[in-house]
Design a protein around this ligand. Structure first.
Ligand code: ADP
Ligand code: MG
Length: 242
């Protein structure tokens, strides 16, 4: 049981209006690793992530965490019981709460423990000096760092990230990607990162699952996928890496 993947989805299927949007998708994420679900816009990435989070239902297939089934056709653990943290591009901070208030928001421990956890995370993301500020007093990159700290605060065993960097300008994005990776590795969280940018997947992933028209067409280490694309379309997709 101990070497079960942190997250495993098996044969997930979802159709809208008779069209398969997620078509027999299986993938795994190991503890402390980043798996990138990579593919062009509209291929079904976000739907897959929403199904794992439990905010969308699959038509078929099952979801497992640490060898335990959390969702299949007959039983399902509710979203809040799955130990999953979410970070979406439009997952804004609470404007009426300070940085400390935002990061502490999902914590249920004692006030003293929560303060320690908030301090630890703000230190990790380099935001300790801004603990009493409010979101409107922060830059986009700073807000992103606080959002990361907030998502990690309850120690989720799995982090689902949907294009979390796409709202940032180019110059900032590379720095934030690297910092985010450092924090995630330090916390040991298993990450499923959705992106449509091959460069981002190359930079951040331990494992890439390449998705097209609802299907996973190739899986492997970034280097292998880049050097041995499964077909011409995959090669073309990787050719405009920046
Ligand atoms: P991606 O995140 O890769 O851009 P999505 O998972 O958001 O792709 O969407 C995949 C396809 O499913 C798109 O064609 C989208 O329009 C469609 N879709 C997503 N959600 C719904 C829904 N609730 N109802 C109907 N179609 C949907
Ligand atoms: Mg999407």
């Amino acid at each position: 049981m101990t070497d079960a993947p942190r997250l495993e989805i098996r044969n997930i299927q979802r159709s809208f209006g008779g069209r398969a949007v997620v078509d027999d998708v299986s993938l795994t994420v190991q503890p402390g690793q980043v798996t990138c679900l990579l593919g062009p816009s509209g291929c079904g990435k976000s739907t897959t992530l929403r199904i794992i989070a439990g905010i969308e239902k699959q038509d078929a297939g099952s979801i497992w965490a640490d060898g335990q089934m959390i969702c299949d056709g007959t039983s399902r653990v509710p979203p809040e019981g799955r130990g999953i943290g979410l970070m979406f591009q439009d997952f804004a901070l609470f404007p009426h709460l300070s940085v400390a208030g935002n990061v502490a928001y999902g914590l249920t421990g004692s006030a003293r423990k929560n303060r320690a956890r908030v301090a630890e995370l703000l230190d990790r993301v380099g935001m300790s000096a801004h603990i009493d500020r409010y979101p409107h007093e922060l830059s986009g990159g700073e807000q992103q760092r606080v959002a990361l700290a907030r998502a990690l605060a309850p120690r989720p065993r799995i982090m689902l990230m949907d294009e979390p960097f796409s709202g940032l300008d180019d110059r900032l994005r590379d720095d934030i990607r690297d910092e985010t990776l450092d924090v995630l590795k330090a916390e040991g969280t298993a990450v499923l990162l959705v992106t449509h940018e091959p460069g981002e997947a190359m930079r951040m992933a331990d494992e890439i699952a390449l998705m097209r028209d609802g299907k996973i067409v190739q899986k492997g280490a970034p280097y292998n996928i880049y050097n041995t694309p499964v077909d011409k379309e995959a090669a073309a997709f990787f050719s405009d890496i920046n």
